[in-house]
Structure formats: C-alpha cells, structure tokens
Ligand binder design. Structure first.
Ligand code: GLN
Length: 319
C-alpha cells in the first residue's frame, strides 16, 4: 500500500477535520440563490489513494455543483482529445494575477490560462468545435459528463438544472468575457457564443459529492488511470499539464501563496469545493461553502495547511 499505516493516517485526517469544523468565518457565495441557500455548516472530507484505499468524514454524500473545479477536468479532456500544442495555441499557461472573472487577456491576446473563466470558456469552444467528435449539443453534454463519470470510477456525477438556469440568468460577466474574446479573435472559426456559454454553465452545474470527487482527484494523482476501476481515462501527458497549471493557477488570486505554503496542485470553486492532488499518492476532495476574500473555501485552505504541517506532502519537502 502507498500508505501502509492507513488507520494512523486517517486518525490524523479526522483530527484536521474536527479542527477545521470549529472555524466559522467566510461567506457562502451569493450571486445565485441556489448557492446562497447552501448551509455554511456543510463540511466534508474524502480521500482516495492511488491503490484504492478510501476514507470519508462529514457531509460526503451531499451533492454540490462542481463549479470551477470543472475547469481542470474540461482542460484535461481538451488535452486528451486535441493535444497540448493545439490547446495552447488558444490559451496561455501564465497565472493572471487577477480575479478569475476579470475582463483581461494576456499580451498575445489569449486568455491567461484554462483555470480562469475566459480560459475555460475558450477550452469548451475547442471541445464544441472538435470535428472528430461530430455530435449534437445534447450528445456533447453527455460525452463530457461521461468523461467526468469515468474519472470518478462510475460514482455520483449529476446535473443541477436550477443552478444551470441561474448561472445563465446571471451571466453578464461571462457574456462580456466571451464577446471580448470574440472581438480579439480568440476563438476557433465557426463558434456559436451562446452554445459555448451554455456548455460552460452546464459544466459548472454538474454535481458531485466529496466521495466521487475524491476519486476524480485520485485519477489525476494516478496519471489518468482511475484507481477504483483501472480505466485509463486520461493520458499521462494530459494529466501532467493539468497538474502543472493547477499548481500555478488553481486557487484564484491566492495561487502563488498556496503553491508556496501548501505546495500541491489544487482547484477550488465557488461552491466551496476543493480538489487536491498528491501526485502518486492520493486525491482529496474537500467541501465547505463559506469562502474567504479570494473565493477559496476557508475550511478547505486550513485543512491543506494542517495536512502539510503534519505530513511531508509539499512538493519540495524531502530535499
Ligand atoms: N459559475 C461560476 C462563474 O462562472 C464559476 C466560477 C467559480 O467557481 N469560480 O462565475
């Protein structure tokens, strides 16, 4: 086993869980009613090792929308289908140093990276344009959802239509980003902006729970092979690129500090979810809706800090 003393390990995880449970700061996202209604008390932690050992504590079976935690997954699919060279003709690899939804492009007039809204919308336009996968919009939705499902080893992946409709109703900024990108000729030819944005809102509105999300994280930790099914969902090269950008850009405008203090690839979302990958060891899903100033889950960040203070998981430990 990659973690031989598993019970000793999970005793510590439980301790971190309880320490973080006591935290009562942060604000639940309120830009749509469906997120605003989420209880600030929800708190779940699940982990899955690359050899399939599992541990869960707290609210790990409650569905939540994946939101921005979908960005590394749709980026992974694009890499897997199109290759890095093609994808990065359209989107950069640099942290933006700005808010995730800031109306800004890099010096080459490309979105900064696939982990910010502009970059994620662009990546989805590439998936919609894929000629090798000639499908209707409905089939494309199923196709992405099925990819997510395979990453989760067939565990819970759903869709929240109320969140989708709300996202679409409150989408001025995302529309502005898309028009701004179209003005700057960022998109591939023949793109329908409305379809592309709908696809983005749909991906943000996919549902997971901590348990299924921990398997997704473990699939990334395991180089693209789902540890519970043995299914090679993603190529190792695609996963390498995804983890690199999660490491430098995954935590909004806190990414640099997170890379410094925690030193692990991770991606957060406005849902309060946090996908954390310990390459070659395990995947972790953390979920607690209250967010800090940067938009990251307060309990999630604190949990990560406690984790690396006890275990040498920081990428530059063990030197
Ligand atoms: N649906 C949200 C948006 O596009 C997702 C953003 C996020 O999770 N940070 O604004």
């Amino acid at each position: 086993f990659v973690i031989p003393e598993f019970e000793e390990f999970t005793d510590k995880i439980e301790k971190f869980y309880l320490n973080c449970k006591a935290i009562d700061t942060g604000k639940v996202a309120a830009y749509i009613p469906q997120l605003e209604r989420m209880s600030p008390n929800y708190w779940g932690v699940s982990l899955c090792t690359i050899d399939g050992q599992r541990f869960s504590i707290g609210d790990v079976k409650i569905p939540f929308t994946i939101q921005s935690c979908s960005k590394p997954l749709t980026y992974a699919i694009a890499l897997n289908e199109l290759g890095s060279e093609v994808v990065h003709r359209y989107v950069g690899q640099e942290p933006s140093g700005r808010m995730f939804n800031e109306l800004i492009l890099d010096h080459n007039k490309k979105p900064h990276n696939p982990m910010v809204n502009a970059g994620a919308i662009l990546v989805l336009s590439l998936l919609l344009n894929l000629s090798e996968v000639d499908m209707s919009l409905a089939e494309k939705f199923d196709w992405v959802m099925n990819y997510f499902k395979r990453m989760s080893g067939g565990e819970f992946v759903g869709f929240n239509n109320a969140v989708f409709l709300s996202e679409r109703e409150n989408a001025d900024r995302n529309y502005a980003l898309a028009f701004y990108m179209r003005e700057n000729k960022c998109f591939p030819e023949k793109i329908n902006l409305r379809e592309c944005l709908d696809f983005y809102f749909q991906c943000c509105s996919m549902e997971v729970d901590c348990e299924s999300m921990s398997v997704i994280a473990a699939t990334l930790a395991n180089g693209g092979i789902c540890p519970t099914t043995g299914d090679q969902v993603l190529k190792p090269d695609s996963v390498r690129d995804v983890l690199s950008l999660m490491h430098s850009c995954g935590m909004y405008d806190y990414s640099g500090q997170f890379a410094f203090t925690v030193g692990l690839p991770a991606k957060s979302g406005v849902c309060g979810g946090l996908l954390v990958v310990i390459p070659n060891v395990l995947g972790i899903a953390l979920w607690s809706p209250p967010l800090d100033q940067s938009g990251n889950s307060v309990r999630g960040i604190e949990f990560c800090k406690e984790l690396v203070s006890m275990f040498n998981f920081h990428r530059y430990d063990n030197l």
